[in-house]
Design a protein around this ligand. Structure first.
Ligand code: 4NP
Length: 164
């Protein structure tokens, strides 16, 4: 018999458009949870601070780069951060300082969520922001994946140290 557990932690990844970086972070972190048999204990989602691409699938370049490393983004759809998210999620993790500033500006009183940069959990790099790959050269999507993989490991270790 399998028993479903109610998630004990919840994490929302946030970027600008929710079609490149934050869906990649979501899929990479979810894959880490599956590998660690923790997928039923942590709820994961992603959203954008902007409404440019609402309802759209992730950028084809993000999907292709992710697929080549075994991550599936195809089922994800872009949405915008809402005030309710600050009550629903324990952690809201931004991809860059602009995203974090936007989140801080919109956080309601009595927000439950801790706001931080995702790369605060990436111990192996001094880089603090996941660079926006949307307008840049092709290898930006590989950099996004590299950074999301590093930060996912650190975030998972952090949650486990909090006796998840
Ligand atoms: P993301 O990338 O924030 O990582 O999803 C972007 C996607 C779209 C745009 C900018 C960044 N845009 O300007 O449309």
């Amino acid at each position: 018999m399998t028993t479903e557990r109610t998630p004990s932690h919840s994490i929302l990844f946030v970027c600008l458009g929710n079609i490149c970086r934050s869906p990649t972070a979501q899929a990479v972190f979810e894959a880490h949870l599956v590998t660690s048999s923790l997928a039923d204990q942590i709820k994961v989602d992603s959203a954008g601070t902007a409404a440019y691409h609402l309802g759209k699938a992730p950028d084809p370049r993000s999907r292709a780069a992710a697929r080549s490393r075994g991550y599936d983004l195809d089922h994800l759809r872009a949405r915008q951060v809402t005030a309710e998210d600050f009550h629903q999620f324990d952690y809201i993790l931004a991809m860059d300082a602009d995203n974090l500033q936007q989140l801080e500006a919109m956080a309601p009183e009595h927000s439950r969520a801790s706001l931080a940069l995702f790369l605060d959990y990436a111990a192996a790099t001094d880089q603090r922001e996941v660079p926006d790959p949307y307008f840049g050269a092709g290898d930006g999507f590989e950099t996004v994946l590299d950074l999301c993989e590093q930060a996912s490991q650190g975030l998972l270790a952090h949650l486990q140290s909090e006796s998840l």
